[in-house]
Write a protein that binds this ligand. Structure first.
Ligand SMILES: NC(=O)c1ccc[n+]([C@@H]2O[C@H](COP(=O)([O-])OP(=O)(O)OC[C@H]3O[C@@H](n4cnc5c(N)ncnc54)[C@H](OP(=O)(O)O)[C@@H]3O)[C@@H](O)[C@H]2O)c1
Length: 233
């Protein structure tokens, strides 16, 4: 039988709580009787966290240390498109600015978040989850395209896996996972018929919280779908 990692009650932090999935996690946790306290941070909160200003990551972690320790930290920050560009359909669309920006927001920001915010986790038993995407799986890449997004999430996956290996030695009670939310109706998916094909963010958050609550420490360093299925890296 699996022993749940999260204590009851648990204390949680949602990073990117202004987004569709992030705000759904916040709402879900605020209404969860097992969750004693939840805090959300984003670009316009106090403290704020802005991946275009990497120094804000350490400053936000320092500011939140007064509220630590947390048993659960979920990072939902990520982008797919901007006002300037959409995901690349072909190699000819690839450009340095887009690739750099996606790596900055989807890879470097979450990596530094892992570095600074993992220090706020309770040492007894805790979970840190970052939202990745199935299209970041190298093995599962069947359709091609979306070069920068795929590469930024694949690199994020590698950072999570690598940190999980380090944590197995240095923080053996911390479980670190990359989560795939499925297709969700959100700002991010809107240009790709997200309203038609995506499910509500609250449903996705519920599914992922169920996955988190059924994790055990052997799952650390895994890439897991909202269904609980382990995904290939
Ligand atoms: N929706 C899907 O179908 C889907 C599928 C697979 C994976 N995902 C992943 O799920 C996560 C959440 O996506 P979502 O659908 O909820 O998208 P969303 O509604 O667009 O939310 C994105 C979040 O990222 C934040 N963000 C963007 N740029 C930032 C920056 N420079 N610094 C700090 N925060 C920044 C946004 O903050 P602001 O509110 O300030 O803009 C917002 O909180 C992402 O990592 C995404 O890759 C989503």
């Amino acid at each position: 039988m699996r022993t749940p990692l999260l204590p009851t009650p648990f204390r949680a932090l949602v990073i990117g709580s202004s987004g569709s999935i992030g705000s759904a996690f916040l709402e879900l946790l605020e209404n969860n009787p097992d969750c004693a306290m939840v805090t959300g941070i984003h670009r316009h909160s106090i403290p704020s966290i802005n991946y275009e200003d990497p120094s804000s990551i350490q400053l936000a972690a320092q500011a939140l240390s007064a509220q630590a320790p947390f048993d659960l930290i979920i990072n939902t920050i990520g982008i797919l498109h901007s006002e300037q560009w959409m995901p690349e359909k072909k190699l000819d669309d690839l450009n340095a600015e887009q690739l750099n920006h996606l790596i900055q927001i989807n890879t470097i920001g979450p990596a530094l978040t892992l570095k600074y915010f993992s220090k706020l986790l309770t040492p007894h038993a805790s979970v840190m989850a970052a939202l990745s995407a199935k299209v970041g799986s190298i093995e599962d890449n069947r359709l091609g395209g979306w070069y920068s997004y795929r590469a930024s999430k694949a690199a994020l996956n590698m950072l999570i896996k690598t940190a999980a290996i380090e944590f197995s030695r240095t923080k053996p009670n911390t479980t670190l996972v990359a989560l795939h939310p499925g297709t969700v109706n959100s700002r991010l998916s809107k240009p790709f018929r997200g309203e038609q094909i995506g499910r509500p963010a609250l449903d996705a958050a519920k599914d992922m919280l169920n996955v988190i609550q059924s994790l055990d420490s052997n799952d650390s360093g895994s890439f897991i779908s909202y269904t609980g299925e382990k995904l290939p890296w």
